[in-house]
Design a protein around this ligand. Sequence first.
Ligand SMILES: NC(=O)c1ccc[n+]([C@@H]2O[C@H](COP(=O)([O-])OP(=O)(O)OC[C@H]3O[C@@H](n4cnc5c(N)ncnc54)[C@H](O)[C@@H]3O)[C@@H](O)[C@H]2O)c1
Length: 260
Amino acid sequence: MISLEGTVALVTGAAGGIGRATCAALIEAGAVVIATGTNGTAAARKPPGTEWLDLDVTDEAAWAAAAADIEHRHGRLDILVNNAGVSIVERFEDVTYASWRRTMAINTDGVFLGIRAMLPLLRAAGPRREGGASVISVSSVAGIVGAEFNAAYCASKGAVRLLTKSLALEFSAFGYPVRVNSIHPGGVDTDMVESIFQSYADVGAAETAKIAYDAAVRSHPRGRMAKPEEIAAGIRFMASDEASNMHGSEMILDGGFTAR
Ligand SMILES: NC(=O)c1ccc[n+]([C@@H]2O[C@H](COP(=O)([O-])OP(=O)(O)OC[C@H]3O[C@@H](n4cnc5c(N)ncnc54)[C@H](O)[C@@H]3O)[C@@H](O)[C@H]2O)c1
C-alpha cells in the first residue's frame, strides 16, 4: 500500500483528465494536493479535496508566487507533477512560429520553469523522506517515437525526457535529495484525445474523427486507450518511497504502443 501521508504535492494542468485523476490518486494515498491550472478553464473544475492555485505554467512570475505561497502555507513541497500540456495537430507546412512557440512554451518551458521555481522547496523537503522529493513530468510516447502531424508536440515531449535525465545527473552530482523522472503515456481517453482526432480528420489524415480514433486504438496492442486513472497510478508510484531508486528514468504506460 503506497502512503504519501505527510507530503505536499503540486499538480499542474490539474483540471484536465490525467491531472484530475492524479490529484485523486495522490489524495487517496494521504498527500495534501495543490491543484493548479489556468484561470477560467480550471477553478470551476477544481478536483475534489484539493487546494486550488491559479498557475499558467508559462508564467515565470506566477511560478515564483506559487513557490512563495506554498512556503508560507505549508513550508514544504515533496512532489511536483508537471502535467499541463497541449497537442496541436497540424501539417508541418502549416505550423506557424506562434503555434510552435505555444507548444514549446507550455509543454517544455513550463516544465523547466516549474522545476527551477520549486527546487529550493523540493531540496528542503527531500531529506525528510527515504525516497527524497520527487519530480514527475508527464511526457508521452511522442517523446520517444515520432508522430505525423504532431512535430512540435513530439519535439516538446522529447525535450522533457532529456531535461529529466540531465537534471537527475546534475542533482545527484550535488547530492540533492530530489528524484526526477518522466512518464510516457500512450493514448489516454481525455479531452485532449477528443480534440486531437477531430484535428486529424481536419488535416485529411482520416475521413472522420471516429476513423482516426479507431485507427489509434488499433495501434495500441492492448486494443484500447488508457484510462486517466492508469496513468495516475504510475505517477503515484513514482512519487512514493516505493520508487526510491527510480531516478533519471522513464515509465512507459502505453498498452504496448512502443513495443514494436
Ligand atoms: N491524453 C493523451 O492521450 C496523452 C498521451 C500522452 C501524454 N499526455 C500528456 O498528459 C498531460 C495531460 O493531458 P490530458 O490528456 O489530461 O489533457 P487535458 O487536455 O484533459 O488536460 C491538459 C490540462 O493542461 C492545462 N493547460 C494547458 N495550458 C496550460 C498552461 N499554460 N498552464 C497551465 N495549465 C495548462 C489545460 O487547461 C488542461 O486542464 C499533457 O502533458 C499531455 O501532453 C496525454
